[in-house]
Ligand binder design. Structure first.
Ligand SMILES: NC(=O)c1ccc[n+]([C@@H]2O[C@H](COP(=O)([O-])OP(=O)(O)OC[C@H]3O[C@@H](n4cnc5c(N)ncnc54)[C@H](OP(=O)(O)O)[C@@H]3O)[C@@H](O)[C@H]2O)c1
Length: 338
């Protein structure tokens, strides 16, 4: 099969396309998917550089989110069973895995793939996966965002941030988007942000005070680094700060006296830990989110699309922080809905 392959750790440019890479073996409980589109994420860049939390030994096919059509199911997968895992050959699905998405075929555990709602194309489905689910779990369960609250989103031009802007506005919050360029902020505005703050234009704390004189209720932070503390200082008494990721490359250290003085809650979200420890809530959220996707009310913004041949270019684009919303690889002709 054709696949983008990482044969040695390094920058995005080490990833090269091979025409004859062996297709992945189908394991117990798994399905094989003919991939139509895959999303490119920052962790893919880190895995290729061997700078992620876990290592995958080369050679491997990067890519963790894909959408396509099921072409084979393992003998122990029951397509007629109720609930998760009930997938059959021909179903259009969204899949996630640590690696393997930048290829014509990928395998995933049947219980983890989700059917693509009718009317949603494969590119949109591939881009929808982790970012929207992360943002929704964070807003709905961790921050418990309420209608009328003031939500501050850092990294608002990125995958998670832009999804948080869109979903925060949907949940009835007034959203303040913080990003590094007018271009990113314009997209955040189009997705429902009421206030726009360019953190490159000046200090973040006074800029947030200007738009939120009474402070914010919730901060969603997928960036970390130097932006985290001024954002936390911009919360009103009793506010919630949710740490989601460190795209800046720097894990911030927050002086605890700020937490004491402001009476704020500092909360964290990690996908696997949440799904494992709060399975009922995770399932409820996933159901609500898929309904929003099907209704066209939670559509990811695809800022750039590349072909499989340009997988390294796409990884470089993401590595350089140029992405707005999601970056997608077109792997095969999308057949549209079936
Ligand atoms: N906790 C979880 O379960 C979970 C789930 C999904 C993702 N994450 C993490 O959340 C973070 C954001 O993910 P994402 O998909 O939204 O990433 P993304 O699309 O690449 O966006 C990241 C944003 O971070 C900002 N940024 C600041 N310094 C940066 C740098 N040096 N390189 C790249 N971006 C930089 C950029 O915003 P501005 O420059 O405009 O401010 C960018 O838009 C990642 O660290 C990811 O690993 C965590």
């Amino acid at each position: 099969m054709r696949a983008a392959v990482c044969r040695e750790y390094g920058p995005p440019e080490v990833v090269q396309v091979a025409d004859d890479h062996p297709a992945p073996a189908l394991g117990p409980g798994q399905v094989r998917v003919r991939v139509h589109a895959a999303a490119v994420n920052f962790p893919d860049v880190l895995l290729v550089a061997d700078k992620y939390q876990v290592s995958v030994r080369p050679p491997f096919v990067p890519g963790s989110e894909f959408a396509g059509v099921v072409s084979e199911v393992a003998d122990d997968v029951d397509p007629t069973s109720a609930g998760a895992g009930a997938v059959a050959v021909g179903d259009r699905v969204i899949g996630t895995a640590m690696v393997g998405a930048f290829a014509e075929e990928a395998v995933a555990t049947a219980a983890t793939v989700q059917r693509i709602p009718a009317g949603v194309d494969e590119r949109t489905a591939a881009a929808f996966g982790v970012a929207h689910r992360t943002a929704y779990h964070v807003l709905r369960s961790v921050a418990a965002l309420q209608p009328g609250e003031e939500l501050i989103v850092l990294g608002a031009g990125g995958g998670v941030g832009l999804a948080a802007v869109q979903l925060g506005a949907h949940l009835g919050a007034t959203v303040t988007a913080v990003a590094s360029s007018p271009e990113k902020l314009a997209v955040a505005s189009a997705h429902g942000a009421a206030h726009l703050v360019d953190h490159r234009a000046g200090d973040l704390r006074p800029a947030l005070r200007a738009v939120l004189p009474d402070g914010g209720d919730v901060v969603v932070d997928p960036v970390g680094g130097a932006l985290a503390e001024p954002a936390l200082r911009s919360l009103r008494w009793g506010g919630r700060f949710v740490t989601v990721g460190y795209a800046s490359g720097e894990i911030p250290r927050i002086p605890l006296n700020l937490v004491l003085l402001k009476g704020v809650q500092v909360l964290g979200f990690q996908f696997l830990a949440f799904a494992t420890n709060a399975p009922d809530e995770a399932e409820r959220n996933e159901g609500e989110l898929m309904a929003l996707l099907a209704a066209g009310r939670a559509t990811p913004h695809i800022g750039a699309t590349f072909g499989l041949d340009d997988a390294a270019v796409a990884l470089r684009y993401v590595a350089d922080g140029r992405a707005i919303g999601k970056v997608v690889l077109d792997i095969a002709e999308t057949p549209g809905e079936n």
